[in-house]
Design a protein around this ligand. Structure first.
Ligand SMILES: O=C(O)CCC(=O)C(=O)O
Ligand SMILES: [Fe+2]
Length: 222
């Protein structure tokens, strides 16, 4: 359901992103969601060279993360954006759009990702809160750490009441649209990678066969 990516970015990359943010001209977050009644934040503008540099740093962190690749089965990753919440800002409960009109063909949002950039001690509120039935799970991670959560959830960013919440956000289209199948396959591959050496060659080969066959059946890498 959730995949934390601790220290996805280095301290140096976090510092670079924070430095970019200090000179960036942030715009009303509704620029990318004009119809939203609940989005109350600021974000960088795609096409702004400084913002594009920030986007590349965030994307670089994801691309080199073996856990991200193994968990998300990424087919397409939307260009990450910087977003900023000042006191009084929030992003009320919403569901992410199914398809994002980016590039030559829309990206289907299967997974959403938040990379936290500010120290949690430096701001109050600003938790990413993801509904699980009648309960919610809140995330407020250390600088450079990220959370992947299903885009299919209802979620919100709670109001910031002190300090600033700077983060990077993006959306991922997975090879595997079905969340349950994707997570099962991640587990199978993970156990094979970590414990497979203990199995006989034949047993390991048969389990690999199950994993690759399920990926082939469930995946839509085309
Ligand atoms: O900033 C976050 O943690 C999540 C933002 C969000 O929900 C969105 O951009 O759709
Ligand atoms: Fe969202």
């Amino acid at each position: 359901m959730f995949c934390e990516l601790p220290d996805l970015l280095t301290a140096d990359e976090v510092a670079q992103l924070k430095a970019i943010a200090t000179s960036l001209s942030f715009v009303d977050g509704r620029v990318t969601n004009p119809d939203s009644k609940v989005k109350n934040n600021l974000q960088g503008l795609p096409g702004d060279p400084q913002h594009d540099r920030a986007s590349q740093i965030l994307l670089g962190g994801l691309k080199r993360s073996a856990v991200f690749i193994a968990y998300a089965f990424p087919k397409m990753v939307a260009p990450p954006a910087l977003s900023l919440y000042r006191p009084g800002m929030n992003y009320g409960a919403h569901a992410d759009a199914a398809f994002l009109p980016i590039g030559a063909r829309p990206i289907r949002a299967d997974l959403s990702c938040t990379v936290f950039l500010n120290d949690p001690a430096d701001y109050d509120g600003g938790e990413l809160s993801v509904r699980l039935g009648a309960r919610a799970v809140d995330f407020k991670l250390s600088p450079g750490s990220a959370i992947l959560y299903p885009s299919t959830t209802i979620h919100e960013v709670k109001p910031v009441t002190r300090g600033e919440r700077l983060c990077g956000i993006t959306f991922i289209e997975s090879d595997i649209v079905d969340q349950a199948g994707r997570e099962l396959l991640f587990t199978l591959n993970d156990v094979l990678a970590t414990e497979g050496e203990k199995l006989s060659w034949e047993a390991r080969t048969r389990l690999s066969h199950v994993a690759t066959s399920l990926h082939r059946q469930w995946g839509d890498a085309g």
